[in-house]
Design a protein around this ligand. Structure first.
Ligand code: NOJ
Length: 457
């Protein structure tokens, strides 16, 4: 590898189910990513981040991991991944993968053991609590997927905590054995040649040791069972947040040029806590927090400028900025704004210092998918609907105008957007003013002019 993380200018996020299918089952796979590396290389991409491809029952499409060290057959096998790394490195493209450290699948052997009895040695790998005297859950914490964050295990009579779906029990990071397990997972992939990790949902890694109730939100949503009914001042950012984070990040020090980037969203309700922790993350030389502010920003140059400058300012030490416009959890940028504004924002994002993150398909201006209720696949949110499902930003990559957009040869797991006829890679490759050509021009410029990566605004 020639360039170091500090010197690269771009990161391309791949949602593996939706990038390229090579087996004809309608779901993308690792060999599909390898097959498209030339495209990414010609585009000027210098690193890719692949969302989870580990063994999983897929209740949260891979963010429910049942084996951290293996590839789910949907996506191929470990040898396919080794080949992907080799082929990416041959093109000077770094490979980042997801680390999901705060919860596993309920099918993970650790949880199967943990729930088997009160005195199982793995009991303390997860967060178990007795019911209150009236049998209700231990506190008022809500799941980010809606409803209570506690599910009663009838057999052992205790509740387990799940900050997301009930199929995603929270790991107990206060248990040193759990911390060793997860840091060993990081070592496993780094040993294989992985260059970095995007760290999922890090805010819940430490919680209030007293498990106190979260405070009521003064402006609650209609449904008080929802996450938004409370300010999350006890269920996240606990007293060991910085310490556990450093423990993960310090694995990077055992290797050459490895990088972590933490999932992180502005949380106005938590104000200072949020700012304090962004600084904690950036304080480790190998840690960064994504800049996600664009997703909710009102359209005004001053707002945009202020938010970017503030993030740069808070990138204390030498933290590498990671500027995002969207991801697999956010509506597509073209659908949030409109085509011209999205083009302008992409233009800006490709000229900011640090690393410009491109979500697959945004380089051709893909829009949110159009799905009917029978086509929805994501179970994450109770309000999951054809208007706000995360499926909308996960539809197949539009390589061409053909029936399956050259993504697959068969019916896809989510339907390809009807606008593939005009919005596709093949067409835009030949157009001088397309979104794709603009991306390629600016990404190449970032490669050629280090001042775009290292300069100030
Ligand atoms: C954040 C991930 O980006 C999202 O897709 C997932 O559902 C949750 N974390 C839970 O892991």
């Amino acid at each position: 590898m020639t360039k170091r993380w500090r010197d690269i200018g771009s990161l391309y996020q791949i949602y593996p189910r939706s990038f390229q299918d090579t087996t004809g089952d309608g779901v993308g796979d690792l060999n599909g990513i390898t097959a498209r590396l030339n495209y990414l290389s010609c585009l000027g991409i210098e690193a890719i981040w692949i969302s989870p491809f580990f063994t999983s029952p897929m209740t949260d499409f891979g963010y429910d991991v049942a084996n951290y060290r293996d590839v789910d057959p949907t996506f191929g096998a470990v040898d396919d991944f080794r080949r992907l790394i080799a082929e990416a490195h041959a093109r000077n493209i770094k490979v980042m993968i997801d680390l999901v450290p705060c919860h596993t699948s309920d099918q993970h052997p650790w949880f199967v053991e943990s729930r088997s009895s009160l005195d199982n040695p793995k009991r303390d790998y997860y967060v178990w609590k007795d019911p209150k005297p009236d049998d209700s859950p231990p506190n008022n914490w809500r799941s980010q997927s809606g409803g209570r964050a506690w599910t009663l295990d009838e057999k052992t009579g205790q509740y387990y905590l799940h900050s997301f779906l009930y199929t995603q029990p929270d790991l107990n990071w206060d248990n040193p054995a759990v911390r060793r397990e997860i840091t060993d997972v990081v070592r496993f992939w780094f040993d294989m040649g992985v260059d970095g990790m995007r760290v999922d949902a890090i805010w819940g890694i430490s919680k209030d040791p007293e498990f106190g109730d979260d405070s009521p939100n003064p402006h609650p949503p209609h449904d008080l069972e929802q996450y938004g009914a409370f300010i999350h001042d006890h269920c996240k950012y606990g007293p060991h947040f910085a310490e556990y984070l450093r423990e993960i990040a310090s694995v990077c020090d055992e290797f050459e040029d490895r990088q972590l980037v933490f999932e992180f969203y502005p949380d106005e309700q938590l104000g200072n806590i949020y700012e304090q922790y962004r600084q904690v993350i950036h304080a480790h030389p190998r840690g960064s927090a994504f800049f996600m502010e664009h997703r909710h920003m009102s359209w005004h140059a001053q707002n945009t400028r202020d938010a970017i400058l503030e993030y740069m300012h808070r990138s204390v030490g030498n933290a590498i900025p990671f500027f995002c416009l969207g991801n697999h959890d956010q509506p597509r940028v073209v659908s949030r704004l409109d085509y011209e504004r999205a083009r302008a924002l992409n233009f800006l994002n490709l000229l900011t210092p640090g690393i410009s993150v491109v979500y697959y398909g945004d380089e051709i201006g893909m829009e949110n998918g159009v799905l009917d209720a029978t086509q929805l696949r994501d179970n994450f949110s109770p309000a999951n609907s054809t208007v706000d499902s995360r499926d909308l930003e996960r539809t197949p990559m539009q390589w061409s105008d053909s029936q399956f957009a050259d993504f697959s040869t068969a019916e896809q797991w989510l339907p390809v957007h009807a606008n593939r006829v005009s919005v596709n890679v093949t067409k835009q490759t030949n157009e001088t003013r397309s979104m794709l050509t603009m991306h390629q021009t600016l990404l190449k410029l970032r490669q050629a002019m280090p001042i775009l990566v290292h300069g100030s605004l």
